[in-house]
Design a protein around this ligand. Sequence first.
Ligand code: TXA
Ligand code: MG
Length: 401
Amino acid sequence: MILETLVLEADEQSLSLAAALLREGKLVAFPTETVYGLGADATSVPAVLSIFRAKGRPADNPLIVHIYDRAQLDGLCTVPDEALPLMDAFWPGPLTILFEKLPAVPDEVTAGLPTVAVRMPSHPVAAAMLRACGLPIAAPSANSSGRPSPTLASHVFEDMKGKIPLVLDGGPCNVGLESTVVDLCHGKPTILRPGGITKEMLESVLGQEVALAGSILRPLKPDEKALSPGMRYRHYAPNATVTLVDGKEDAVLQKLKELFAAETALGKKTCVLCFSEHVGALEGCSPHDIGSMEHADDVARKLFSVLRQLDEEGMESVFSEVIPPEGVGLAVMNRLGRAAAFRILHAGEVNIHRPSRWLFICGHRPRILACALAGANTICQPRRLLLATRKRVIAGLSQHC
Ligand code: TXA
Ligand code: MG
């Protein structure tokens, strides 16, 4: 059924319309501080199923439940003591925590998992909507499955027009990438998806080391179980083929120019994603500014918007700079890596420090990963890359072990 989709600025009237629609089991897209969400009553199976239909989302990818008040947790899940300091420090805010679920949460929300992911958004519109409807709201990002998450109401409209009755417009999202998902249910606290609340921030509150799920900076292996089902799916990907270029600053700029020229000569619509500081140096290469290299949070805020723009412009080949995977940079590199299907090219001479850290974080079997990276690379000479990468990995291991 095709619906008329209203896009309304969030105010008292549109918020009460949103609350009424949610109580009727309808879908409403709403802004959060991370990205726009596509909300429905988490306690209604038909409402939850309509989220999966509107997004084209696989049924085995569970949803996050959004609340505005801790009292709402009572019927939803059990809360372990270790979660309390995290809730005190980061709620409301961009942190999602996994809890053991109670029977009131339908299996359709959790894709049959025994845990439910919960978050309390800090965006005033999200908080007001949750309060007005009084329901726990299941909400994935409000994009069609596989597309970059929406950070503007217009992005939601592109993907959801005709499918949902209402988009609440609250302007651009401030964080720009989805929430950090942390698992406290399976032993050592583990980040399943990095976001605005960083590993270091979690560690400083928990007073212990927080692990990173293996597939944050590399593809899942064929036989590997995804700790978070969302990791199994192609994500954040524009239509263009995206390749990341790593290395020393000058070598990266030179490589980007060469790659742009080579792809353009093949007749492909090509551009580069670069830091604000490099827009001038890459003037002839259709530079797309992804934010300052000094501020990962700036890059986080802009990234999805730029990825969507690539589709609007009909780009076929895209080459991007990378940022060190530290702090919010880890979340940026997780999303960029996935947009690029983890295709990474190393420019110029070997930079022992940065790439080795990349690879070290990437997994427990870095040599195999190094081979995989070399194999995935169709543009530079695989043998040279393989030898150079091995050298870096060994250097990296001896530095870190
Ligand atoms: O910032 C956000 O988290 C946004 C806004 C709208 O709140 N929501 C969002 O939802 O990004 P979604 O559905 O696009 O991503 C949720 C991620 C998926 O990767 C999913 O697999 C994972 O969280 N997830 C949800 N429940 C889980 C569970 N019980 N166990 C493991 N992973 C879970
Ligand atoms: Mg999503």
